[in-house]
Design a protein around this ligand. Structure first.
Ligand code: AMP
Length: 192
């Protein structure tokens, strides 16, 4: 069975938590572009220095940097049976780039699963996470900007996948286990 999946949803919808759980259940790696950037920022790499200019203020890292990083990551052996992308694609141009990366390998995407959540709930979760994790981009101003970026650049992606018949939407409000079950059943029929 292969599962080439994209996980969509606003910041704070629980993508990271659910991606880790789904990856384990499906036996494919969860690939979070945000995590890769954070690791590079912490490690003081050149990529980290470039990414931090943007991520610290809640802006998207330029496509040329992000796309090259994802292309490299998807070329690694552990993605042979599939992958679960968390945080990519983040705009319509990245959707086209992911299509190209997969087409170059003779592959296609199985499904985009969107975790839906009320903006009020999302803001509350992000502020709570700020206290726990101390992420540089979880301050109130930066959160507001990230949500604007999401609405303007990322939300339209759902429509693109819906037009292709590749979108499943799952309610992200509720118990963590419940949401995982909802996601697994949405994925169940699409993963081959
Ligand atoms: P995340 O952990 O997914 O919320 O990502 C944290 C930050 O990393 C974002 O606010 C962006 O600055 C950057 N980032 C993550 N994924 C992408 C992407 N696909 N394109 C551009 N920037 C990204």
């Amino acid at each position: 069975m292969s599962a080439r999946l994209v996980l969509l949803g606003p910041p704070g919808a629980g993508k990271g938590t659910q991606a880790a759980r789904l990856a384990e259940r499906l036996g494919v790696p969860a690939i979070s572009t945000g995590d890769i950037f954070r690791t590079n920022i912490k490690g003081g790499t050149e990529l980290g220095r470039k990414a931090q200019e943007y991520s610290s203020r809640g802006a998207l890292v330029p496509d040329e940097i992000t796309n090259a990083m994802v292309r490299d990551r998807l070329a690694q052996d552990d993605t042979a049976q599939g992958f679960l992308l968390d945080g990519y694609p983040r705009n319509v141009a990245q959707v086209a780039e992911l299509d190209a990366i997969l087409a170059d390998a003779g592959l296609t995407l199985d499904l985009a699963v969107e975790i839906t959540a009320d903006p009020e709930v999302v803001i509350e979760r992000l502020l709570k996470r700020a206290q726990i994790e101390g992420r540089e981009d979880d301050t109130a101003d930066v959160i507001r900007h990230r949500l604007d970026v999401y609405a303007e650049q990322t939300a339209p992606i759902s429509g693109v996948y819906a037009e292709r018949g590749l979108l499943a939407q799952v309610d992200g409000i509720g118990d963590v286990d419940e949401v995982t079950d909802r996601l697994l059943s949405a994925i169940g029929s699409a993963a081959r």
